[in-house]
Design a protein around this ligand. Structure first.
Ligand code: FAD
Ligand code: NDP
Length: 654
């Protein structure tokens, strides 16, 4: 037949029908959770104006006496590089810039962080059970440089923080960091061709804070993605009478034990509540279950929980197979990225070979090269989305079946099943979480997508019933990384004023994202950022940081070579080339349409992205990722560097 059906009508198969029903169920579950207030349902703890929430946001870990005794910056001084952030991103900037020969002398770099030490995420988060979810061998940066062998395939948070310290020690950064300090504003000084940065240094409860002004030639923004803890605006929450804290500021004085030894003895006679069942809770709940007299888990949306298969590192395997040759870490990280985005070559070994690499439809979120550019038509977009749903079904069904295998009570098991595709929320991995629900002291309060109704002095209310609690853990996550359409200034909470008084907030508000390769934007010379929009993603955030930071270090090394020793370089991307890159990104945006239909979460602006007007949607599409995935993006950047002319980067001498 001319319609290509060989004379058979194209009736849906049984499998098609099953898939449609599944999609229908996913859509119903998502619809249940859509709220008119979207992201406004949360309060960022950094914006809290009440004593209770302000106290919750405070740094519990800083050693104020030791930090007050140190002086690492001089007010008014000029440094070559100022790095905002002392997490793995900030450390990577410092080290890669050193290795590129850009940081040499003692005043060439300073790092500024609101935290009281290095580590970023791994400084702030010290909750019991904390581990990285990506293999440590590729997650922990600079393992080749430091020669460190992680003890396990997935390292605990303490080892991850110690590693940040190790990097700082090896690269002599301890006396180059200003901690407990919030950068508030950065202004380009056209006369001096320098950035002026306003900073408030906190000095602990017994000393007044200090206002500092630092100047720098280059400003590097490494202010992170998930570090503004937020809490739901649940009526009455602030008036809760018991102990209450957020997971990013764990309060061991309330639970007993310490980060080093989390024996939470004080919970033995306590009724503990925890709100949230995201990646954080998956790690904490098994620990709380061991110590609390009663544990109440308040769930709005369950996480999909896959096997973890933690194991100790075998030193022999480490020496002979994993870390056996120079360049192994980048190779392993890119091998992982290739498996994640279905970009492997024929017969390519799966080096990490863990649960992540068995979630092929995660490529809906991070891109994949195999499907070309998706035309912006309903048919092409629909076909791509249908393909992804089909690809995900075995993974999602296996995860749901695993709940039944582990959780003994069928009613509880049903409530713990995730009814959304794998790309909608960060998948989780645990061999302890589901098991905890078999313990008699663990109670699941499933809110059927609705969340807690209210809090009282004594506990939490759902469906008109109060559960009395002594301790309440807020495991309610962070401000979305998509905040401000990825505007680095908004994400960092600073006002950035570039050439001619141009404000970065205004630029983003007016036109949306505009970058060259996701690392710099026109009008803001000598300012670079990591984790910008318009880059490629993968499950391992460190690969994302590494790729952008190494690219920036290359550009700056070339720029300095061009202006020659003795001159200061001014490096700025052109409007034409950033617009050309933005167009490339926008052409790829239709690939990511499947995220819009997701159950609300930080990835889709709590469900708002599907409800934007067309103008805002257009703007948002400028913040898209690279739809062919990490390897393709790396190749584009490598080709750009090989070509050598640094097209779209203007380099002048100050
Ligand atoms: P961060 O580690 O967030 O550091 C940024 C620093 O900048 C912070 O210390 C912050 O205080 C500082 N800062 C921000 N704004 C300012 C300002 N205005 N002034 C001064 N300082 C400022 N990713 C993975 O790939 N795998 C994982 O297993 C993983 N686990 C995670 C677990 C948790 C609990 C969380 C919250 C995130 C996790 N992530 C994980 C994501 C993680 O944030 C990144 O992997 C990575 O640590 C980011 O490093 P960074 O240096 O860019 O940001
Ligand atoms: P999430 O945003 O993932 O989870 C917050 C939780 O709070 C969700 O379960 C959310 O439900 C729930 N919640 C919010 N408001 C309410 C309410 N009013 N009533 C009831 N429940 C509510 O934050 P996490 O801290 O868990 O994780 C954030 C990210 O950090 C992860 O996605 C991951 O990238 C990273 N991370 C990685 C870890 C690792 O394994 N190494 C560990 C921890 C975090 P709902 O889903 O319905 O919104």
């Amino acid at each position: 037949a001319s319609d290509g059906t060989n004379g058979h009508s194209q009736l849906p198969t049984e499998e098609d029908m099953r898939l449609l029903q599944l999609q229908q169920r996913y859509a119903e579950e998502a619809a249940k959770r859509i709220r008119a207030d979207g992201p406004a349902q949360f309060l960022d703890l950094t914006d809290a104006d009440t004593d209770r929430f302000k106290a919750i946001a405070e740094d519990p870990w800083a050693d104020h006496a030791a930090l007050n005794a140190k002086q690492t910056v001089k007010d008014g001084a000029t440094y070559k590089f100022l790095v905002l952030g002392g997490g793995y991103g900030g450390l990577l900037y410092a080290v890669r810039l050193m290795q590129a020969g850009l940081i040499k002398g003692p005043d060439d770099v300073r790092l500024v962080d609101a935290a009281g030490g290095f580590g970023g995420t791994w400084y702030w988060n010290r909750y019991p059970g904390l581990h990285c979810d990506v293999e440590s061998y590729i997650y922990m940066p600079l393992l080749e440089e430091t020669g460190y062998m992680p003890k396990q395939k997935y390292s605990p948070g303490s080892e991850l923080r110690e590693h940040a310290e190790r990097i700082a020690t090896q690269f002599e950064l301890h006396d180059k960091a200003l901690f407990r300090s919030n950068a508030k504003a950065a202004t380009w000084d056209e006369e001096e061709k320098l950035w002026t940065v306003q900073i408030t240094e906190g000095r602990g409860p017994n000393e007044p804070s200090r206002e500092l002004t630092l100047k720098c030639q280059y400003l590097m923004v490494a202010s992170g993605v998930l570090n503004v803890p937020h809490v739901p605006k649940i009526p009455g929450l602030e008036g809760f009478g018991g102990e209450m804290f957020h997971t990013a500021r764990w309060d061991y004085s309330a639970t007993g034990g310490s980060y080093e030894s989390p024996d939470m003895e004080k919970l033995k006679d306590k009724r503990v509540g925890i709100i949230g069942t995201g990646a954080t809770s998956i790690q904490i709940i098994p620990q709380l279950a061991k110590w609390a007299k009663e544990l109440y888990v308040f769930q709005r949306t369950p996480s999909a929980v896959h096997p973890r298969d933690q194991k100790a590192t075998d030193p022999e395997e480490w020496k002979t197979k994993i870390a056996s040759k120079k360049g192994w870490q980048v190779e392993r990280a890119l091998n992982f990225a290739a498996h994640m985005s279905l970009a492997t070559k024929e017969g390519e070994e799966n080096l990490v070979n863990d649960g992540w690499t068995r979630i092929p439809a995660y490529s809906a979120l991070i891109g994949s090269p195999g499907f070309g550019l998706i035309e912006p038509t309903p048919e092409a977009i629909g076909a791509n989305v249908a393909r992804l749903y089909k690809m995900d079904t075995p993974t999602a069904e296996t995860a749901r079946a695993r709940v039944d295998q582990i959780v003994k009570d069928p009613e509880t098991a049903n409530k713990l099943k995730a009814w959304y595709p794998s790309w909608c929320k960060r998948p989780t991995f645990s061999d302890m979480y589901l098991q905890a629900f078999n313990e008699p002291n663990v109670h699941l309060i499933d809110t059927n997508g609705q969340g807690i109704e209210a809090a009282t002095k004594d506990g939490l209310i759902f469906a008109g019933k109060e559960d009395p609690l002594d301790v309440l853990v807020l495991s309610t996550g962070y401000r979305s990384p998509a905040f401000g359409n990825g505007n680095p200034a908004a994400k960092t909470g600073i006002s950035v004023i570039g050439r001619g008084g141009l404000s970065m907030d205004e630029k983003w508000k007016n036109i949306g994202s505009a970058t060259l390769h996701g690392v710099a934007t026109s009008g803001f010379p000598n300012l670079f950022f990591a984790f910008g929009p318009q880059t490629a993603a993968t499950a391992n955030f460190i690969t994302m940081l590494e790729v952008g930071i190494q690219h920036t270090a290359h550009i700056l090394a070339k720029a300095e070579e061009k202006v020659g020793a003795g001159s200061r370089a001014i490096v700025e991307v052109t409007k034409e080339e950033e617009e050309a890159w933005t167009m490339q990104v926008m052409m790829r945006a239709p690939y990511f349409a499947s995220i819009m239909g997701c159950t609300p979460g930080y990835l889709n602006g709590e469900g708002q992205s599907a409800r934007q007007d067309p103008k805002d949607m257009m703007k948002a599409s400028r913040s898209s990722g690279w739809s062919e995935g990490m390897l393709s993006y790396v190749e584009v950047l490598e080709e750009y560097r090989r070509e050598g002319s640094l097209k779209g980067v203007e380099i002048t001498a100050a």
